[in-house]
Design a protein around this ligand. Structure first.
Ligand code: ATP
Length: 914
């Protein structure tokens, strides 16, 4: 068991801002922590209670009252309140009271919607909260960054956001981007040495510290937490965090559209008012009618409802393991035409297993018996692979199990596979580090494609010399090798032959690593990488398999039917990449074109643009080159989703239309730069997110189609009546009521609408396409006209036959027609009977509730004077229902027409989206 950390017995720790003047050991003693094992979980908890969370306080969420006030400040609401006041003044007390109640109900609905959206967004924010790796009970553990306490020991790697103010130690080439704090854009190299007060003028001079809010861009280190939360430098200069999200492009477009529409509606209201007064209606009554119509028909709430739909959609996306970091990407996901994906871990399982080891003594297949005695070079190859390795054994696995199971190790899967192979060969990999301690390292990065470590004297044969081990991609390591290690000593190296061997393995879909060594003096620890990594002796090659994810091939097919081109971009060998792409169905031909990073480097942008239309596999690509691929695809008119996990991926993630970061394996930097995080690092999740994005956008369209058609129906009814010499068909109360009950519940229930069948069988939506495209305008005008026509026809007929209840009938037709409409617009194509009534239960409930409320206004005697209604006879009610049924039938007929029109033009299954 790891030793529990000693309780602090020494005086209070040095003030955080003095920590750079102290040696780490002294600081650790003051903080009562053992740097090798960190705090115990209990101690961390106790300190957490004393110090509070390691977070900067966010702006306080708005109270219910503030929200209500916000709703009531809306211009249209103020107009209505004015109208209520006038109604009160002229003695129309009922009208005034009903308007007030309706305004209040509307505000409450608005509040509930805003609250739901906030809840959904807060849940997303909690999920996206930063994590850190801390040593607790002697083991590295992932903890929420807000749970860090002074005295914690934190492990920092390239790509991590620094989670608290740290005094650094065990530094390996750590570089930190401090621009967020200092404004200085050059990254700062860090070192362990104690600083003198006069050396430190500003924050940027704290070379042995790393501050919360900055980011590690290179190397790694450990850090002792000396300040958290508001005690950190960031906390001391921070303002309250304002967590309000800016409006999405769709919301901005809708708000602008709403303003233009408002002018049209106001003009219509003016006409209605003028005509009514000319016809001798009471001025006060006509004024209230015009105001009510304006309130009902101006879609001022649309942008707010869109937030609700987007936020609830984003919440649901978490269920398919896609975490949305930027709300606008929910609405644009459906436009993706190309998904550029990493290979390792996204398309493959990242469960590496060493399959073969090639050394001058021959080939060892890892599932075959271990040769005894272990041939010398094979042994040294595996030893090198296990030493030049950052994977660590978990302490609670019995040693005998650890030999075979990758789960017994923590670290990069490539490296854990090497540890397992070394154990299988009987090398006791977990002990090697103790016998040959590491003195220095030149960390792996995906541009160098190799790493090197320096180990103390290993065997007496080496005298005082140290050994440098290097492992990495064969093309990266072989050019640095001058000789090959043989059992008999060094022999000349045929680099080309070894490269061909590596190529042959890669063509089988295997990942190949070359391993080399060099005897050097211990002082090599101070050499730069290019001086240390030369004159190497090649030891051998290791070939690993990484099976494809079982669901990836299906997801690739789904992309293709959805008109989305899947593209693989990998740091791995071209032959490995092509073999895997073929296995997954990304490319069909065995000689499908593959562009390498070297090819890219030799191409100008125009040449690349000509290639991106035909190439679907990119290999040995540096992360920095990904941005050129994104730009070339965008120049060809594509809407690009791009995955990435490392620090260097950030620019490409930012540039892509949808940057997709890895939630498990990715760095904080990549997550910050992206709009979507895959919680399971899985390619299939991107496809699922696109499907969700399409569903959500469809539902927004359905909501807009539904409410705007209803509004258009109300306008037509009131606008046309005087032109047809009919009396004013509705009272202001009716208009306000219809607006309240039809928009609120049923509209929101459309958010729960499941994806349409075939949502992934159609090509992506052009990103610039208007929300009103594809016949929406026509639908709003004509179905609105139909609703208005039906209301007026019922009115005219009722008046003609002398029925006294004509106004109640018009009121009822208007409500029921909208209920029929909402059921019919659940799909743009599929008939309701095929969708099934029960497939959106919230909507069914909302419709039932609205109809019940409507019936109450007609039949509850106490409500009749308020709503100015009269009880309808069964025949009259049946007539109203029949009129509503006409609307339903008309929309179903429109859908049937769409289905027929779409058939001949149906997209071929594998159409490429260009
Ligand atoms: P992808 O970009 O699809 O995730 P990848 O994991 O192969 O693919 P990188 O992580 O950039 O991409 O690795 C590039 C190459 O570097 C690998 O093909 C391998 O040869 C080598 N490599 C990977 N991991 C290590 C490691 N831990 N040590 C040494 N070399 C490595």
């Amino acid at each position: 068991m790891p030793s529990s950390s000693p309780r602090p017995t020494t005086p209070a720790p040095t003030a955080p801002h003095q920590a750079h003047l102290q040696a780490t050991d002294a600081l650790a003693r003051q903080h009562g922590v053992d740097l090798a094992s960190g705090l115990t979980a209990e101690e961390a908890l106790a300190r957490g209670e004393r110090h509070g969370p390691n977070a900067l306080p966010a702006a306080r969420p708005r109270s219910l009252l503030q929200r209500l006030a916000e709703q009531l400040r809306d211009f249209m609401v103020l107009v209505l309140l004015g109208a209520a006041a006038v109604a009160g003044l002229v003695g129309e007390w009922t009208d005034a009271a009903v308007i007030l109640v309706i305004v209040l109900l509307n505000a409450v609905i608005g509040c509930v919607q805003a609250w739901r959206a906030d809840q959904a967004l807060a849940a997303l924010r909690r999920l996206a909260a930063a994590q850190a790796t801390a040593l607790r009970n002697g083991m590295p553990q992932t903890v929420p960054a807000h749970a860090l306490v002074p005295g914690d020991v934190v492990l920092i790697e390239a790509g991590n956001q620094i989670p608290a103010d740290l005094r650094l130690f065990e530094i390996a080439q750590l570089k930190v981007d401090e621009s967020a704090l200092t404004g200085e854009s050059v990254t700062v190299g860090k070192e362990d040495a104690v600083l003198q007060a006069e050396e430190v003028q500003s924050l940027g001079d704290h070379r042995n510290m790393a501050f919360k809010g900055t980011t590690a861009t290179h190397g790694r280190a450990r850090g002792l937490v000396v300040a958290t939360g508001m005690q950190t430098e960031l906390g001391r200069m921070a303002q309250l965090l304002d967590e309000d999200a800016p409006p999405t492009p769709l919301q901005r477009r809708l708000a602008a559209f709403g303003k233009r529409l408002a002018l049209v509606v106001l003009a219509i209201c003016a006409v209605v008012f003028g005509v009514g007064v000319l016809r001798g209606e009471a001025v006060w009554q006509m004024g209230l009618t015009a105001i009510s119509l304006a309130v009902a028909a101006i879609p001022e709430a649309l942008p707010a409802v869109v937030t609700v739909l987007l936020a609830l959609g984003a919440r649901r996306m978490v269920e398919v393991h896609a975490l949305v970091r930027r709300l606008p990407s929910v609405e644009t996901l459906g436009s993706v035409t190309v998904i550029c994906s990493d290979k390792t871990g996204t398309l493959t399982q990242n469960r590496m297993r060493v399959e073969r080891v090639l050394s001058p003594e021959g080939v060892w297949h890892a599932d075959a018996a271990v040769p005894s005695p272990l041939p010398a070079v094979l042994g040294e190859t595996l030893r090198a692979a296990a030493l030049c390795n950052d994977a660590r054994a978990l302490p609670d696995w019995p040693a005998s199990d650890a030999a075979l199971l990758p789960e017994a190790w923590v670290g990069d899967p490539t490296e854990t596979a090497l540890m397992v192979a070394a154990e299988v060969a009987g090398l006791a990999a977990r002990q090697l580090g103790h016998l040959s301690p590491r003195h220095h390292e030149w960390p792996f990065d995906s541009e160098r494609k190799r790493m090197a470590t320096l180990h103390g004297p290993c065997t007496p044969a080496h005298g005082d010399d140290a050994v440098l081990y290097v492992k990495g991609a064969p093309e990266s390591v072989l050019p640095l090798c001058t000789v090959q290690w043989q059992p008999s000593g060094a022999a000349p190296l045929d680099g080309q032959a070894v490269l061909r061997q590596a190529q042959g393995l890669a063509a089988q879909g295997l990942r190949v690593l070359a391993v080399a060594r060099r005897t050097v003096p211990l002082e090599a620890a101070r050499w730069p990488a290019d001086e240390a990594e030369r004159h190497l002796e090649l030891l051998g090659l290791l070939a690993m398999i990484d099976p494809p994810r079982p669901e990836a091939a299906q997801a690739v097919r789904e992309c293709q039917t959805a008109g989305i081109v899947p593209v693989m971009i990998t740091g791995d060998h071209p032959a490995t990449a092509r073999a895997m792409a073929q296995r997954l169905g990304i490319v069909q031909a065995a000689d499908a074109p593959v562009l390498t990073g070297a090819d890219l480097a030799g191409m100008d942008d125009r040449a690349l643009q000509a290639q991106v239309d035909v190439v679907q596999v990119y290999a040995r690509v540096d992360p920095a080159q990904k941005i050129r691929i994104v730009q070339a695809l965008q120049a060809r008119g594509h809407f690009v989703a791009m995955t990435g996990d490392g620090v260097n991926d950030a620019p490409a993630l930012q540039r892509a239309d949808i940057g997709v970061a890895m939630g498990r394996g990715g760095t904080d930097v990549a997550r910050e730069a992206s709009s979507l995080v895959l919680l399971d690092d899985n390619f299939a999740t991107i496809v699922a997110a696109v499907r969700e994005g399409r569903r959500i956008y469809d539902n927004i369209r359905k909501f807009v189609r539904y409410t705007m058609t209803g509004n258009s129906g109300e306008i037509w009814t009131i606008f046309l009546a005087p032109l047809l010499w009919l009396p004013m068909p509705l009272q202001p109360i009716h208009i306000l009521w219809v607006n309240l009950v039809t928009d609120g519940l049923p509209g929101l229930a459309l958010a729960a609408e499941p994806a349409e069948t075939g949502v992934m069988d159609r090509p992506p939506r052009p990103p610039q396409e208007s929300l009103f495209a594809q016949g929406m305008w026509q639908h709003i005008l004509f179905v609105g006209l139909l609703i208005g026509g039906l209301c007026l026809a019922v009115q005219a007929w009722a008046l003609h036959t002398g029925l006294a209840h004509w106004q109640t009938m018009v009121f009822t037709v208007l409500t029921l027609a909208q209920m029929a409409h909402v059921l019919a617009v659940r799909s743009e194509r599929t008939p309701l009977w095929r969708q099934g009534m029960g497939s959106n239960r919230p909507l069914l409930g909302a419709v039932a509730c609205t109809v019940a409320l409507q019936l109450c206004t007609i039949y509850v005697p106490a409500l009749q004077p308020i709503f100015k209604t009269e009880a309808l006879s069964a025949g009259e009610l049946a007539l109203c229902m029949a009129a509503a049924a006409v609307v339903y039938a008309a929309v179903e007929a429109e859908k049937a027409w769409r289905r027929r029109a779409a058939k001949p033009a149906a997209a071929p299954a594998h159409r490429r989206a260009r």
